[in-house]
Design a protein around this ligand. Structure first.
Ligand code: GRG
Length: 403
């Protein structure tokens, strides 16, 4: 079961040092609504933004709520100690059902497109989606059932995610993922691109079958965001202020948009109230950004065995993520390395040392905590339910995960 594959650690909360910048506002990243959040944060000097926000948050941040400390109890009275068990009840047969969507006669293409649907992923997105579906249904009319269309969104989210991983590994020339060889390493780049396309097309067919044009447009926005996010990652900004806004926009588009919009899609299917759609979207957006920030931290703090892929991978790809951007505040000599995308011999090792000597890891973790705090604030607006509490608990797990 997915829950067993989710190691997480307990960690203390972090507070920023006086000289450390905090985050941009969680609300400043990603759509919806004008002004475009990324544009807004780009226009505003980042560090002023940080100053104003730092004062809006308590200095010592800890987001434990009574709800998040409790075990979730379902209607049957059964107690769940983790949200994965609660969510997994609606996901039995997830991977078999995805493989059915991928019905393809060509043996090789079938093998390639099914390769990652082996139950080894965390299934983080499907879990969030079904929990959100139940939380919205209960909020709306106390319905305890997940609709078939809502469950389909969980499958579609995992399929879009997987298609993007397959393509991402081609772009990055990655050799391993989830502890095994990547599709591109086994079958070559050209076939890997086609396998990713095929998974995406199967997801599109499943989406069209739901037959709700609002939901179709919500989830196709994700595909545009994924592509734009990947494109943003290919570029870099010289100006330090713009650099952080660029990083957060990339983070929203590459990682958070899928979670935010999948949450919104199930809320639309379960409840007619736009206020609930916005809560679902904001929860997904903030958890998604926190998830990626922690992913960026783990690239520095975890070992490759644990992650199932090489670590320090971002530096090797020339990417300056949160820990580097914060470290650069303490060690401005990192600027030149960032600009040349760590391309000189020794750059990757030196940058890594700077990051580990700085408080970049802690600052990024603190930033992630603040996004999670925002996610909890949003989801707490829904009527209480075990699923709502599980979503609160899930945001804590995002912060303490080890892979
Ligand atoms: C094919 C739609 C499409 C897009 C092409 C390549 C690309 C544009 C986008 C890449 C987006 C991408 C792969 C972002 C990485 C997001 C991320 C944090 C992945 C890791 O997620 P986990 O840890 O992975 O949930 P598991 O293995 O558990 O599923």
């Amino acid at each position: 079961m997915a829950s067993c594959r989710w190691p997480w650690r307990r960690c203390g909360s972090w507070r920023p040092t006086a000289r450390s910048p905090g985050p941009g506002s969680p609300d400043r990243v990603g759509p919806p609504g004008p002004p475009s959040t990324a544009d807004a944060s780009a226009q505003m000097p980042y560090f002023n933004l940080v100053k104003s926000l730092t004062s809006a948050f308590p200095n010592r941040f800890h987001h434990s709520t009574s709800a998040s400390c409790c075990h979730s109890r379902t209607q049957s009275g059964e107690q769940y100690s983790d949200p994965f068990k609660l969510g997994w009840r609606d996901l039995t047969g997830l991977y078999e059902d995805i493989r059915k969507e991928l019905l393809i006669s060509t043996t090789e293409l079938k093998e390639m497109s099914e390769y990652y649907f082996d139950g080894k992923g965390k299934a983080f997105r499907p879990i969030i989606v079904v929990l959100m579906a139940r939380a919205c249904n209960i909020h709306h009319n106390n319905s305890r059932d997940v609709q078939a269309s809502q469950r389909s969104i969980a499958l579609i989210a995992e399929m879009i995610h997987t298609a993007s991983l397959v393509h991402d590994d081609v772009i990055d020339d990655a050799s391993s993922r989830r502890g095994k060889h990547t599709v591109n390493k086994i079958w070559g780049e050209k076939k890997a691109v086609l396998a990713g396309d095929l998974i995406l097309s199967a997801a599109s067919i499943a989406l069209a079958r739901i037959g709700n044009t609002t939901v179709i447009s919500i989830l196709t926005q994700v595909i545009e965001d994924l592509v734009r996010g990947e494109f943003l990652q290919l570029g870099s900004k010289e100006n330090e202020t713009e650099r952080f806004a660029h990083y957060l926009e990339k983070t929203f588009k590459k990682t958070a948009s899928l979670i935010a919009n999948s949450c919104k899609a199930v809320s639309v299917l379960g409840c007619p109230d736009p206020v609930v759609h916005e809560i679902a979207y904001q929860y997904g957006k903030n958890v998604g950004i926190a998830f990626q920030l922690i992913d960026d931290v783990l690239d520095f703090t975890s070992c490759s065995d644990q992650m199932g892929k090489p670590t320090s991978a971002d530096l090797k790809l020339g990417l300056a993520t949160g820990p580097v951007l914060f470290a650069c505040q303490q060690f401005p000599e990192m600027n030149a390395m960032i600009m040349r995308r760590f391309s000189l011999p020794g750059d990757v090792d030196r940058a890594r040392q700077y990051v580990l000597q700085s408080d970049g890891v802690q600052q990024t973790t603190y930033l992630a905590q603040r996004y999670c705090h925002e996610a909890i604030r949003e989801i707490s607006k829904l009527r209480p339910s075990p699923e709502r509490d599980a979503l609160i608990q899930l945001s804590e797990i995002v912060l303490t995960r080890e892979k």
